[in-house]
Design a protein around this ligand. Structure first.
Ligand code: BGC
Length: 680
């Protein structure tokens, strides 16, 4: 029998001493746990959904977590509090502003703590492989470089507040169709170059404290029992010191208790299935896993408890806050910088409110609220400013009438798109079709016929087809699900208070069959297996290489001002393997309005022994310039930025020869270029 301790006795134990080294505290606590207590810590508390079990004897409280990618989730906190509804991850991805992602991380972590939780089940860093994935809105981008930079910023922000980030869903969970059973059949090169980089970077560069193992199988093995992923790569190669939690009920289909345990799954959520105590005891007693293995899994969970201050006195814990004006302002800023101006024929936008008398605001998404939907990421928002409300507020100040008739209005705004209903942008199911509903297409065409000054605002978390209506419409804005302040940010853009600066983090194809995952049912959605036959050619890598013109390319987004790119300079005309190449470019705001530009740097390997994409993003920076203002942006490249993953030799490789540097305003709007030689 384990010793019973009083509260006072517990307080005096070494693990309770916040001044001791964290590893000493972990070992002290681990050594005090009985086998049964360790078993208890391996799974969540039945019916609680988001917490571990407590161990009263040692004063171990429940460790509680919460969703999710765009605010403290409603699930599990519903009866507690309303929270800040931040723009969804794809909108944040579209800001290309790492500072904003870090600020988001800090703000959301403060809210997590204010809701008495210790871990945030985010960021979601799965690659947007197909426009139809129901959860694209929860993910950041199709590009591994933008993905990793953005993910690292979020994790750093979150964990600076001693709240654990949980990077999910590890890995190749790129669709929701049959997500509980499907096997993503994906080659090593695609894993290395496309699907793993963001996960890896959050460990190496941001010390992510937790990972969520995916529902699906990866090359035949379930994420929760994937020793190669969870131990060989995550722990041994990348140096992960945190713990792995299963996606909710993801262990249901795994083969056995010992396979999960031996693969390094620390915590089974939301409650015991494979880690039921009887099952654990039986597997343990028959030698299917060792106490050492169990200890290592538990140690990691305990470590994160200590990292998040679970046993520390209040004064050691960072302050928390929820729904503050600062957090709402961050939500608004992300929306403002994430909304993308796709098309603006004849400079219809911005609309000058002093020059018009009336405006028509129509369409199913004009007044629709989206916070409380989409699956596990749903938010119980403190408020949500819809496009209609945002526009109306501005019109009121300028005494511009908001009317219903497009024909009679000076300007017509049609707010269409998707929503979070199952089968749209929602967890649990992928979208059924790429087109907007027929009714919406008819509405757009009708309004455009009645009013030449028609602006289409898309509210969606993924690309939609536009061929049935795009030609008749002069201006299109992708507004995403832009959070609680989205309507205001949208109005600021429409009426020219801010110049739009969002850039697409995902390619918008003209038609679905242009998209790399849509070659056959094998490649999407598959049956028990889905074959990633496109390999590394995901997103713009596919469109570029196969010479398919997208509707709007990756990195695209218009501005109300213009930017000139000059004086591209390289620090050298050649580099060797240990060198860094410095690249600088001069950007001038050559237009008439203050604005932000995302300067994008792509690299092209001119000659290669393997097939490589025509270009790959390897640097970007967002800058703000007043009219006439100039700024020099610099980038650095090294060997890794030139490398591809060599499947034959099982390592990264940079080959000697010429490389091109392409710098521009989108992946298909390259303004200046140069080249250099890699000498090996
Ligand atoms: C989702 C996760 C989420 C979890 C907890 C699962 O269904 O896939 O992303 O964090 O539920 O709500």
């Amino acid at each position: 029998m384990a010793e019973k301790l009083s509260k006072d006795e517990i307080r005096k134990l070494p693990f309770m001493n916040a001044d001791l080294d964290i590893e000493e505290r972990v070992e002290d606590l681990l050594n005090r746990l009985t086998l049964e207590e360790k078993f208890r810590l391996c799974s969540g508390k039945r019916l609680s959904f988001f917490s571990t079990k407590k161990i009263k004897r040692l004063g171990i409280r429940q460790f509680i977590m919460t969703d999710g990618p765009n605010g403290v989730g409603a699930l599990g906190t519903y009866f507690i509090k309303r929270t800040t509804y931040f723009p969804v991850a794809i909108c944040r991805g579209a800001t290309w502003n790492l500072d904003l992602s870090e600020k988001f991380g800090i703000a959301i972590a403060k809210e997590v703590r204010a809701c008495k939780r210790s871990m945030l089940l985010a960021p979601g860093v799965n690659i947007q492989r197909t426009p139809l994935c129901g959860r694209n809105f929860e993910y950041q981008t199709e590009d591994p470089y933008l993905n990793k930079k953005t993910a690292v910023a979020v994790v750093k922000g979150v964990q600076s507040q001693r709240i654990a980030a949980c990077v999910k869903h590890f890995v190749a969970n790129n669709q929701d169709t049959r997500r509980f059973i499907v096997s993503s059949e994906v080659g090593e090169r695609a894993l290395q170059e496309i699907y793993l980089p963001a996960f890896e970077a959050t460990v190496r560069e941001a010390d992510a404290w937790s990972f969520m193992a995916c529902y699906n199988r990866v090359n035949g093995t379930y994420g929760c029992e994937h020793e190669n992923l969870l131990i060989d790569r995550l722990r041994n190669e990348w140096g992960f010191r945190g713990f792995v939690v299963s996606d909710w009920f993801a262990t249901r289909n795994t083969t056995s208790t010992e396979n999960c345990m031996n693969a390094g799954l620390s915590l089974e959520m939301p409650w015991p299935i494979k880690y039921r105590k009887g099952r654990l005891r039986k597997a343990f007693e028959s030698g299917k896993f060792t106490e050492e293995t169990l200890d290592e899994n538990v140690r990691r969970l305990l470590r994160v408890m200590f990292l998040t201050g679970h046993f520390d006195p209040k004064e050691k814990i960072p302050p928390c806050s929820r729904n503050t004006p600062e957090h709402h302002a961050i939500a608004r800023k992300i929306a403002e910088e994430g909304i993308v101006l796709l098309k603006n024929e004849g400079d219809l936008l911005p609309i000058n409110l002093d020059e018009i008398n009336s405006i028509a605001v129509l369409g199913p998404n004009a007044k629709k609220k989206h916070a409380f939907g989409g699956g596990s990421s749903m938010i119980r928002a403190a408020h949500e400013i819809t496009p209609y409300k945002g526009i109306k507020e501005k019109c009121k100040v300028k005494k511009v009438e908001v009317i219903k008739s497009a024909a009679e209005a000076d300007v017509a705004i049609v707010v269409v798109g998707l929503n979070h209903k199952l089968g749209n942008d929602s967890e649990g199911k992928d979208r059924k079709k790429f087109e907007l509903p027929d009714k919406q297409i008819a509405l757009i065409n009708e309004v455009a016929e009645q009013n030449p000054k028609t602006i289409v605002v898309l509210v969606s978390g993924s690309p939609v087809a536009m061929d049935g209506w795009i030609n008749g419409v002069p201006a299109i804005i992708e507004a995403w699900y832009a959070g609680m302040e989205g309507g205001r940010a949208l109005a600021d853009i429409i009426f020219g208070e801010v110049s739009p600066s969002g850039k697409l983090p995902i390619t918008f194809p003209k038609k679905l069959s242009d998209s790399p995952a849509h070659k056959s049912v094998r490649t999407f959605p598959g049956k028990d297996k889905v074959y990633y036959e496109e390999g590394i050619f995901v997103g713009y890598r596919h469109f570029d290489t196969n010479d398919i013109e997208p509707l709007f390319p990756f990195g695209h987004g218009l501005s109300y001002t213009t930017f000139k790119y000059d004086n591209l300079k390289l620090s050298s005309s050649s580099i060797s393997s240990g060198d860094t190449l410095e690249i600088s470019v001069e950007i001038t705001n050559s237009g008439g309005m203050e604005g932000k530009e995302v300067v994008q740097l792509y690299v092209k390997d001119v000659e290669s022994s393997v097939e490589r994409p025509l270009k790959e993003l390897k640097g970007f920076e967002k800058i703000n310039l007043e009219p006439g203002e100039k700024s020099v942006v610099t980038f650095k490249l090294d060997k890794q930025d030139l490398s591809f993953y060599d499947e034959k030799e099982g390592c990264w490789k940079a080959e000697k020869g010429l490389f091109k540097i392409l710098v521009g305003s989108s992946s298909r709007d390259i303004r200046v270029e140069s080249e250099f030689e890699y000498l090996g």
